[in-house]
Design a protein around this ligand. Structure first.
Ligand code: ADP
Ligand code: ZN
Length: 757
């Protein structure tokens, strides 16, 4: 390495106005109000720095972490002072394909490229200590280059053995910049080293089928249809619509092997961390170089995952939504399992939808993408009907096991007949007893945790709410606490009404904690495992509880929607759902779709292997279309047709584009004013979109922040994007939102929101 500048430049001297071209890097940083910053590249980095590298970008007294998005030789700008980059994070380079996806995502989700990259690259990767080692090139006496006396003296203070940069600075009594200068002159080298972060990623082997079965005709057809895309210049996305237990995983494995054989890598996305160990075990059996990736991993594990993938040690990356941003060099196939699942949508900036970005990524790379589900999202149904996707169906269960026999229990009648407000129907108790007697297993779903969702006064009706969220606090009997499920606030339950001083409060409604206790009262020798956010606890708790259930440690798994997702327990012959129509009462446009998906999914858990299954669904509104369709009492197609008609009529996706802008802050008046002002600005550029009146959000107070929002409905997603383009052009606001932001009021843009609370 040799310096291009004179042997002894005066450090810190002002540079000539329009000097020779120098290497400049544009760096995307994740800082409010900032986007791309320009830096000069110090000589020791010049040969190694590439677009996509994570760098330390000095700003004021700090070093920000950012990503190089362009490198160019040009004269230094004259309008501002350009500083040198302060270092490079070894081994952290966003591959070009991923950078392309990030650019698209930042534009679509209306954030800066820095915010986007900042949000999707694990922070542990960016902030892991930059270990740099300094090593003398030759004994100083022998170094032929021109050095000043001071520089020689400085070099003599360094040991012959390599030492860490930080130590070298202290030993030589100098600065990093001076040492880098010397590196530029060729007197020493500065290298970054991979930290030994290797750590065994915990994996619980759950019961997993041998994935070497011969393919059924349906599976073979599915594989062929997707594999055709490997050779196509513009493969169509595939919707793999397969009933639960139809062997979608085998199709994924088969395709993954073909992709890997051609020298490319595979990305498999899953909605839930609880599913990862089981699926990982199944994939790893066939594809040993499978790397598991999810956001519940500790910082070190995530950094380690990044490095392994970046180093080309992975043929297949399997993980939750953030796995989409694993730094694979040449992805050749993307699989999105359970594509309808809401957890693919991020609720933090960038508020991306991993399935939607997977489609964009696949299109950019011209590779096949498979969306798998037994209950596809209405978005995917609409795309399939419009022939934007090819559809392949798996209609049978290869491992045998007929579809379960469904029963709907009318809880209105049940309560009349039991002459009390019953939580458990007699049918469900009866069947649970049978399961116990036969040594089989059951799953019971109630999508609400805690003992009771409400604690209220029987005299005046006062309900205890969270002070920070204006939402009823849930009573948890185990710890004897009232808890807010949104902000984590907890307090002791009052014994007297805080409003009228009546002596005694009522716990109303039932959550999983109470349900488990009621089942226990009815069937004392039924062994239970409760699976919800309260029992999962630690990051591997979910997997551990599932493993215990799979190993037969309990007869019954009771829990929230966590029990509903893609698990394969061969001994489960009964599924019970308590309060199946409760989610229909939530005022959200996706309520019916979600209910259908949840009930159909959990029903699919019954009778998967050789034993027939039974599903008992308790509801008050047994005629609800979503329930009727989920249980096969009514046509799913009619249900979907009707839902799509309703969405169209009310201007909701998938037919229309939807965006939500949320203003939040501690001062209600400021939030309201900002929302009204924002609403006006949006209305001024509405054109073919409808900008609804600003109003308090579904949750008007959350974590101490007051919240107002505006909904935008457009004839298409593109129309909504064009509205934001016009807004950005028309306004002088600096942020990517095109709306004024301040410390007092935060603006959040949610493109394609899943809910409006
Ligand atoms: P899905 O993900 O579609 O719900 P799975 O992939 O979990 O279904 O498969 C369900 C069960 O069927 C698994 O136990 C799997 O091993 C088994 N299976 C899948 N394909 C075949 C096949 N071709 N022959 C025999 N068994 C199969
Ligand atoms: Zn709260």
């Amino acid at each position: 390495m040799s310096g291009t500048e004179p042997a002894e430049p005066a450090l810190g001297a002002p540079r000539a106005a329009l000097g020779p071209p120098v290497l400049l890097a544009e760096v995307a940083v994740d800082r409010p109000g900032l986007d791309l910053l320009t830096y000069s590249v110090p000589d020791d980095l010049a040969g190694v720095l590439a677009v996509g590298d994570c760098v330390a970008a000095p700003l004021g007294q700090q070093d920000l972490r950012g990503f190089v998005v362009s490198l160019e030789r040009r004269p230094l700008p004259t309008t501002f002072t350009v500083r040198d980059l302060a270092g490079r994070q070894f081994g952290v380079r966003v591959p070009p394909a991923l950078l392309g996806l990030a650019r698209w995502g930042a534009t679509y989700y209306r954030c800066t490229l820095g915010q986007f990259l900042g949000g999707v690259v694990p922070s542990a990767v960016k902030t892991a200590r930059m270990t740099e080692t300094v090593e003398l090139v030759a004994p100083v006496q022998g170094f032929a280059g021109a050095l000043s006396k001071r520089q020689r003296e400085l070099l003599e203070k360094l040991p012959v053995e390599p030492i860490e940069l930080a130590a070298a600075i202290i030993l030589a009594g100098t600065t990093a910049a001076t040492l880098r200068k010397l590196a530029g002159l060729g007197a020493l080298t500065i290298t970054s080293e991979d930290h030994e972060l290797r750590r065994d990623i915990v994996e619980t082997e759950l019961s997993a089928g041998d994935e070497r079965h011969p393919l059924t005709d349906e599976q073979a057809a599915a594989v062929a249809a997707v594999a055709a895309g490997f050779d196509s210049p513009a493969p169509q996305p595939t919707l793999l619509h397969g009933i639960t237990g139809s062997g979608k995983t085998l199709v994924y494995c088969e395709l993954a092997e073909r992709c890997i054989a051609s020298g490319r890598q595979v990305l498999v996305l899953l909605p839930e961390i609880g599913l990862t160990p089981q699926l990982a075990a199944r994939f790893r059996r066939r594809i040993p170089r499978t790397v598991v990736w999810h956001s519940a991993f500790a910082a070190g594990e995530r950094a380690e995952g990044w490095r392994r993938v970046a180093a080309g040690e992975a043929d297949l990356v399997l993980g939750t939504r953030s796995a989409l941003f694993a730094p694979l060099a040449r992805p050749g196939l993307i699989i999105v399992d359970e594509e309808h699942d809401p957890s693919y949508k991020s609720e933090l900036t960038p508020r991306y939808h991993a399935r939607d970005l997977a489609l964009v990524y696949a299109k950019q790379l011209a590779i096949p993408v498979v969306l798998g589900s037994a209950t596809p999202s209405l978005e995917s149904i609409a795309n399939a009907r419009a022939k934007r996707y090819q559809v392949v169906r798996l209609t049978r269960r290869p491992a045998g096991g007929a579809l379960p026999v469904p029963e709907l229990v009318d809880m209105r009648r049940e309560c009349q007949e039991q002459k009390q407000l019953a939580v458990l129907s007699r049918r469900l108790v009866e069947e649970l007893a049978t399961v116990r007697a036969r040594g089989e297993q059951a799953i019971v779903l109630l999508n609400r945790r805690g003992w009771s969702p409400i604690l209220s006064c029987p005299a005046c009706g006062f309900t205890v709410e969270c002070v920070a969220c204006a939402i009823p606090l849930t009573f948890h009997r185990g710890p004897g606490l009232l808890r807010c499920h949104y902000c984590g606030h907890h307090q002791a339950p009052p014994t007297r009404c805080p409003s009228c001083d009546h002596d005694g409060m009522d716990a109303k409604g039932v959550g999983t904690e109470q349900l488990a206790s009621l089942i226990n009262a009815a069937l004392p020798d039924l062994r239970m495992i409760r699976l919800d956010a309260d029992t999962v606890g630690t990051k591997h708790g979910h997997a551990r509880l599932l493993a215990a259930f799979a190993a037969g440690a309990a007869d019954c798994l009771v829990g929230t929607q966590m029990v509903a997702k893609g698990l394969d327990f061969p001994r489960v012959t009964l599924v019970g759902v308590v309060g199946a129509d409760r989610s229909l009462a939530i005022p959200e446009f996706r309520a019916a779709e979600r209910t259908w998906q949840l009930i159909a999914q959990v029903s699919g858990r019954a009778g998967r292997a050789d034993k027939p299954g039974r599903v008992i669904v308790q509801a008050y509104d047994v005629q609800a279309a979503a329930l009727q369709a989920a249980l096969g009492f009514a046509s799913v197609k009619d249900f979907l047709d009707n839902e799509l008609d309703l969405r169209r009529a009310y201007g909701y996706p998938p037919g229309s584009g939807l965006a939500r802008i949320l203003w939040s802050g501690p001062a209600p008046a400021k939030v309201q004013l900002a929302a009204i002002d924002g609403g006006r600005r949006l209305a001024a550029v509405a054109d073919d979109c409808r900008v609804l009146e600003p109003c308090p959000a579904g949750m008007p107070l959350l974590k101490g922040m007051h919240r107002w929002h505006v909904l935008i409905k457009g004839p298409s997603r593109g129309a909504v994007q064009r509205l934001f383009d016009r807004l950005a052009e028309s306004s002088n606001a600096t942020g990517p939102s095109g709306l004024p932001e301040s410390n007092a009021v935060r603006v959040t843009i949610d493109i394609d929101p899943l809910h409006t609370s």
